[in-house]
Design a protein around this ligand. Structure first.
Ligand code: AVJ
Ligand code: FE
Length: 371
């Protein structure tokens, strides 16, 4: 691949850092240090992890220099130190974590000047890593009830989601990212997939429609739920999406519903005698040129597909990004949310999480078979 000019990355690195710092600017050291929610890392951990990741990949691996803080490597490694224990460890706090971010960035810019960016893969990966953590941090803000965890401003008027289907004719399409340019390993190799004719909803399900599902016994009708979904709902006494008020109401009827689990999405689809799209169906619909899906980009969209590798998958550049999650209970989400950085958005991007998770900015778009 061609060499990418170093200057192309200076601005981009600066940009994503401004996003990161802007996100945490409203909060005190104490708020950043605290566990906001048992599912999530303290925000200070995310900040230190962003710096450690950049130091590892750009300064150490790419630039050949020793780590700035090798003593912190395990503590900021997502696998060595899982989220559940991150509240109790000596991650950098207060000014120290901001100093660490700045010190690593200085080293990165020196490396960029000294050895360049090669084909840009590692720089792009590190940029997108920070951008992805910005969305994770917004999930933490959402669960902690802090500003930055919800879309801001008054939403544009939407059309609602009166069932309006797009019929997609059967036939093969090329699924996955092209061989050139940056993509995550799980988006490759691009390969032909035969997708029989199906229909997909023009718009995602809205809060207003979800409200009618709730009122129509959506969380009480056993026949709409999978065994696992029902057990989860009963155990946690789930009666509406995460973040609705205690009496179970949502703002913004016309906006796509957010913070539902895969189990809820699946139950809703059954209540409509529909189902979730497979990720191949979603991507085929998203990449065609006519009769496009609408309102992609407010909520991630759950698909029925388990997370796995495409035929011929090769882990690159690090196994822990995707491969370690293949074949597990994870389900794929497609599209992007209001909180996703433009740099990360694409029609081939694959997100994933456990079917019970609701911290993601996730909703649902229905699909069904056509006769
Ligand atoms: C692609 C969002 C599932 O948060 O686990 C961040 C992104 N990987 N640091 C995650 C990621 C390593 C990843 N997701
Ligand atoms: Fe990470």
């Amino acid at each position: 691949m061609a060499t990418v000019a170093a200057t192309a990355f200076q601005d981009a690195l600066q940009d994503v850092r401004e996003q990161t710092l802007g996100l945490v600017a409203p909060f005190s050291h104490a708020e950043l240090e605290r566990v906001q929610h048992p599912l999530m890392s303290p925000l200070d951990w995310d900040l230190g992890h962003i710096a450690a990741y950049e130091d590892l990949w750009l300064v150490h691996r790419h630039g050949g220099e020793p780590l700035l803080r090798g003593d912190l490597a395990d503590l900021y490694d997502a696998f060595e130190t899982p989220r559940a224990v991150r509240g109790d460890i000596p991650f950098l706090r207060g000014d120290d974590v901001f100093d660490y971010l700045a010190a690593v960035r200085e080293r990165t810019l020196e490396v960029l000047e000294r050895v360049g960016a090669d084909d840009g893969t590692l720089f792009e990966m590190v940029l997108r890593h920070e951008a992805q953590h910005n969305e994770t941090m917004r999930q933490t803000l959402f669960l902690g009830g802090l500003c930055g965890g919800r879309p801001e401003g008054s939403p544009a008027r939407r059309h609602g989601d009166a069932e309006d289907w797009i019929e997609i004719p059967g036939g093969t399409f090329e699924m996955g990212a092209r061989a050139d340019g940056f993509a995550f390993d799980n988006e490759r190799p691009r390969h032909a997939v035969d997708v029989p004719a199906f229909a997909i909803a023009r718009r995602p399900v809205t809060n207003g429609t979800w409200m009618r599902f709730v009122e129509g016994g959506g969380y009480e009708r056993r026949e709409w739920w999978s065994d696992e979904g029902w057990a989860w709902k009963e155990e946690y006494d789930i009666t509406h999406p995460e973040g609705w008020t205690a009496d179970g109401t949502a703002d913004h009827d016309d906006l796509p519903v957010l913070h539902i689990s895969w189990f809820e999405a699946d139950a809703f689809a059954r209540s409509r005698e529909a189902r979730l799209p497979t990720e191949a169906q979603w991507e085929k619909a998203a990449t065609r040129s006519q009769d496009r899906m609408q309102d992609v980009g407010h909520a991630w969209e759950w698909t029925s597909s388990p997370f796995g590798g495409y035929p011929g998958f090769v882990a690159h550049p690090y196994r822990e990004y995707s491969e370690v999650f293949f074949g597990g209970p994870y389900r794929v989400l497609r599209g992007h949310s209001w909180a996703t950085s433009a740099r990360v958005r694409s029609t081939t991007f694959r997100n994933w999480d456990l079917p019970l998770r609701r911290q993601i900015f996730a909703g649902v778009r229905l699909a069904k078979d056509v006769a």
